[in-house]
Design a protein. Sequence first.
Length: 127
Amino acid sequence: MVVTAVVQALLGGIGLAVAGVPVASFLTALMFVLAVAQIGAGPVLLLAVAWLYWSGDPVWGTAMLVWTLIVGSLDNILRPLLIKLGADLPLVLISPASSEGCSPSAWSGYSSGRWCSRSHIPSSQRG
């Protein structure tokens, strides 16, 4: 989890610096914290895309949007590969469990099990 957060934050930070977004180092640290919290670098990068468009730089805004899609997708690619290194399971079984869990609205496979099993049960019936 920390490895994917570092990779996302570093690549996102490189994109911010190249695009000329101010306070890129602070935003990189914020992306790392959000990635560790299972939110990801996407919110910071999307705000940077909006800022680039708003400041009148559509070329860099579009380039940053493409970079945001790449960096945001790394979690779904890198995490299963890292889990595969430590587990003797086929990647086909690891990928769905580590990327989205049981629902597209779940934040991650790690937290979705509890979310899926308890979200539709009335609190009076929970054990």
